[in-house]
Design a protein around this ligand. Structure first.
Ligand SMILES: C[S@@+](CC[C@H](N)C(=O)[O-])C[C@H]1O[C@@H](n2cnc3c(N)ncnc32)[C@H](O)[C@@H]1O
Length: 165
């Protein structure tokens, strides 16, 4: 298992939360230039990174290239409708410090085009909204009730798709 992130701090956080028994490797790099050869991975999971990446085609082509034929990817992102409400920049506090990370709003149509151009097929495309149970846990989200919160994508690299690089 390999964990990749641009931020050394986030990699360190992930390392602390992962059992050493898994033997994971932690790699500081951009998902826009995945530093592994083609057809390396059976599975790729990308959590809430897509909305920080500017180059959509590079994001999905990188994932498609790194997957083995028939390999699958799970990609999650903050939904563009939610980003429009909250602003694309994400602010959070960790270990008592304030952080912010710039975000980019990608429209659904552009995401679908980039997925298709990368030779990936879509097995699942879900847009779960903010629900009452969520609002019960976080009252500040009441004004977002019903708004799609996330994009959840399950993708497969076709067994016979050929890449030039
Ligand atoms: C909202 S956090 C999600 C963290 C983690 N993936 C998770 O699901 O809990 C967004 C992460 O994207 C990382 N990130 C932003 N741009 C990136 C890029 N071009 N390549 C790799 N990671 C990136 C940030 O460093 C940050 O850790």
């Amino acid at each position: 298992m390999i964990g990749l992130d641009l931020s050394r701090g986030m990699l360190e956080r992930a390392r602390r939360q992962t059992s050493p028994a898994i033997g994971a490797q932690w790699v500081q790099a951009s998902v826009e230039r995945i530093p592994f050869g083609s057809q390396t991975f059976d599975r790729i999971v990308s959590g809430l990174v897509l909305d920080h990446v500017r180059d959509l085609p590079a994001f999905f082509l990188g994932i498609a290239t790194a997957l083995r034929p028939g390999g699958r990817a799970i990609v999650t992102a903050v939904h563009p409708d939610m980003q429009r409400r909250t602003g694309p920049t994400v602010r959070f506090t960790a270990a008592g410090r304030e952080y912010h990370t710039d975000g980019t709003i990608h429209e659904k149509a552009d995401i679908l085009t980039a997925i298709q151009q990368a030779g990936l097929s879509i097995d699942q495309f879900q847009e779960p909204p903010v629900t009452e149970p969520l609002v019960a846990r976080r009252e500040a989200w009441r004004d977002r009730l019903g708004c799609p919160a996330l994009l959840l994508l399950a993708l497969t690299r076709a067994a016979d798709h050929h890449y030039d690089h």
